[in-house]
Design a protein around this ligand. Structure first.
Ligand SMILES: Cc1cc2nc3c(=O)[nH]c(=O)nc-3n(C[C@H](O)[C@H](O)[C@H](O)COP(=O)(O)O)c2cc1C
Length: 366
């Protein structure tokens, strides 16, 4: 049977599936449940020092539905980082490691642009026995107003500086979590690596407005009649996340990438692995399907590896990157192959009345 385990930056995971920072890893109880049901690791909800002002609102989630209202395809949140005190977190991280010594627990941290604050937070968390850090340079709402989260992640020199502060305060592996709300995600990622980061996690949520309520005419989620743009996640973001992971894998070869964004099924997760992620994080999927969705991911990965004859996960991490090229090259390749299928000619004149059938003839993988 295929071996699903993987060693990433010295962390030995039983499988590449990791809970992404957010509600599924928001306290001891939920982290313990994740480890118990089989997740390869957990990135806990982002924490900061005790005196950071974190006041959440409700409601703070919104959903994007299919037109028939049958399925949720996108999700938006305006949730902040953890509003629980650091002292509680320190106890709970220790308990997690006491009770699950082999479980991989990664602390996600965020602070203001202050060396002492980042290093104090890193130091006390390192002492709890956790396995690694993820730096939240990417929360798109709330904290950027205080120059934290995505506001830092959009500033490569600050990303490099803060990463080096954290690396100076811990011996543990550090992943820098990138914001997709930027032109070229490889620029801050390179800065994080220059600052000493061991790996890159991507993506955090995409800044978005999920919709407007047709009765009240107020944007969603509506808090006291008003709203603010928030972070978009779940299935709808997967193609953008895959593109960004592809750019990171190609632009920063030999860097461990933790792919995140819209994973719901084993196929979704495998796609991230094929584009160069060595671990795959899931946040909203676990919120909507429950922690036990990892069973499907594990089963699906076993089936996939057996079908293709892969014995280890590393055997196919990044396998599909070799098939990307430029559009010019696609044209040349198609000319060369002299295969002129009707649906591939792509002339404007082919667009007749039946738009849907022409669209289908120009689409593969349906
Ligand atoms: C409700 C909610 C809360 C989140 N909180 C955090 C957080 O505290 N820190 C963080 O780095 N990312 C946070 N995220 C972002 C997720 O970790 C993840 O990067 C993003 O949602 C995309 O992955 P997904 O489609 O699997 O959810 C949160 C996401 C959601 C939906």
């Amino acid at each position: 049977m295929a071996d699903l385990s993987i060693n990433v930056n010295g962390m030995q995971l039983p499988n590449p599936f990791v809970i992404g920072s957010g509600p599924p890893g928001t306290n001891y109880k939920t982290i313990a449940r994740c480890l118990k049901v089989g997740w390869g690791g957990v990135v806990a909800k982002t924490v900061s020092l005790e005196d950071t002002d974190v006041t959440n609102v409700a409601p703070r989630y919104g959903k994007l539905w299919t037109p028939d209202k049958g399925h949720v395809v996108g999700f938006q949140n305006i949730e902040l980082i953890s509003d629980r005190p650091l002292s509680a977190w320190l106890d709970e991280f220790k308990r997690c490691k006491d009770d699950y010594p082999d479980g991989i627990v990664i602390a996600s941290i965020m602070e203001s642009h202050n060396q002492d604050r980042w290093q104090e937070l890193t130091g006390v968390l390192t002492e709890t026995g956790i396995d690694g850090f993820e730096l939240n340079f990417s929360c798109p709402h709330g904290h950027p107003e205080d120059k934290m989260g995505a506001a830092m992640g959009q500033n490569p020199p600050i990303v490099q500086e803060v990463t080096s502060w954290v690396k100076g305060a811990t011996h543990l592996p550090v992943w820098a979590k990138m914001t997709p709300n930027i032109q070229d995600i490889t620029v801050p990622a390179r800065a994080a690596i220059a600052g000493g980061a061991d790996g890159i996690a991507a993506i955090n949520t995409i800044l978005a407005v999920i919709g407007v309520d047709m009765k009240t005419l107020r944007p969603i989620p509506t808090v006291e009649g008003h709203s603010t743009p928030g972070g978009y996640s779940y299935q709808g973001v997967k193609p953008i996340a895959l593109r960004m992971v592809k750019e990171l894998s190609t632009g920063l070869p030999n860097t461990e990438i933790s792919g995140i964004g819209g994973v719901l099924t084993a196929q979704d997760a495998i796609e991230f692995l094929l584009l160069g992620s060595s671990t795959v994080q899931v946040c909203t999927g676990a919120m909507l399907k429950g922690h036990k969705m990892v069973h499907e991911l594990i089963e699906g990965l076993h089936e996939f590896m057996d079908e293709h004859g892969f014995e280890n996960v590393r055997d196919f991490v990044g396998h599909s990157l070799q098939y990307f090229t430029t559009h010019h090259d696609l044209v040349d390749r198609q000319k060369e192959s002299r295969v002129k299928k009707a649906g591939m000619r792509n002339r404007d004149t082919e667009w007749g009345e039946d738009l849907a059938s022409v669209t289908t003839s120009l689409t593969t993988n349906e």
